[in-house]
Write a protein that binds this ligand. Structure first.
Ligand SMILES: Nc1ncnc2c1ncn2[C@@H]1O[C@H](COP(=O)(O)OP(=O)(O)OP(=O)(O)O)[C@@H](O)[C@H]1O
Ligand SMILES: [Mg+2]
Length: 259
């Protein structure tokens, strides 16, 4: 059963700096949610709080709640490693492990989680994950070659394969297409459409057309000025956000008047 995420009154800090203030929102299961907003408004920061990757930064902390099916991910008895197994992440820059082969890269998350699986199960997992990331046909004859031997778009899909190999419920993607050409970008967008039948997806993007194409719901974040915290301005169905947003700031941003 797909799980829903509810964020309640989340404040996100780097030391004393309040980077994101008082965000409450819901992320629907098996759908695509896009986060948009100008640079520095806290999209990446907020995204990382959803799987407790924020707190690996020294001095970084949160106040408030992130509930997954009603369980607060920040409860003292919740293990952050298990949170990250259920809520996977694809970073902005493709970051395959350079010395590992393509196959080893796909299995890396599994190994980090200390899962022991048989050789034939490993082979099956490598194939199904690469198929899921729409990369299998391109790499099936060179699985033992280094991950760094792939093109940028292929590396990004390899990182997606690595993320889905651990079978997360939720996939967080921070500008997954920012380093990609238009063809690879469309391949990733197609993939996101396919993945959403199995996964809950949250994507950060600076590309308004991309948000409009791939997402079901869109959240607009904004920042009042340097040193001020980022805030959630509004969130709605993507079609509504792009046709008749409630807030002037949203309209200005999506129509390209600032940001
Ligand atoms: N590791 C960090 N330590 C201290 N401050 C940070 C850190 N990472 C980000 N910040 C600050 O937090 C604020 C939000 O940054 P964040 O990277 O979340 O913005 P963003 O919306 O993702 O921007 P962009 O669109 O440029 O990626 C910025 O003021 C940034 O300087
Ligand atoms: Mg960012």
């Amino acid at each position: 059963m797909a799980k829903r995420i509810d964020v309640n009154n989340l404040n996100v800090y780097y030391g004393n700096f309040l980077a994101v203030e008082d965000v409450s929102l819901a992320i629907e299961p098996k759908s695509v949610t896009a986060f948009i907003g100008p640079s520095g408004c806290g999209k990446s920061t907020f995204l990382r709080t959803l799987n407790r990757m924020h707190e690996v930064i020294p001095g970084a902390r949160v106040e408030g709640e992130v509930l997954m099916d009603g369980v607060n991910l920040y409860d003292s008895n919740v293990d952050p490693v298990s949170v990250r197994r259920h809520i996977g992440m694809v970073f902005q820059r493709p970051n395959p492990f350079p010395t590992m082969s393509i196959a080893e890269n796909v299995l890396a998350g599994m190994k980090l989680n200390n899962k022991r699986i048989s050789r034939s199960d490993q082979d099956d997992l490598v194939e199904s994950s690469l198929r899921g990331a729409n990369l299998w046909e391109e790499v099936k004859d060179r699985l033992d070659k280094p991950g760094s031997s792939l093109s940028g778009g292929q590396q990004q899909r390899l990182c997606i394969a690595r993320a889905i190999a651990i079978k997360p419920d939720v996939l967080l993607m921070d500008e997954p297409c920012s380093a990609l050409d238009p063809i690879s970008t469309l391949a990733i967008e197609d993939l996101i459409q396919e993945l959403k039948s199995n996964y809950t997806i949250v994507i950060v993007t600076h590309n308004m057309q991309q948000a409009a194409r791939v997402s079901d719901r869109t959240a607009f974040f904004n920042i009042a000025g340097t040193g001020k915290p980022g805030k959630l301005i509004e969130m709605n169905e993507t079609t509504t956000m792009f046709s008749s947003p409630s807030e002037k700031a949203t309209e200005d941003y999506i129509s390209g008047r600032f940001g």
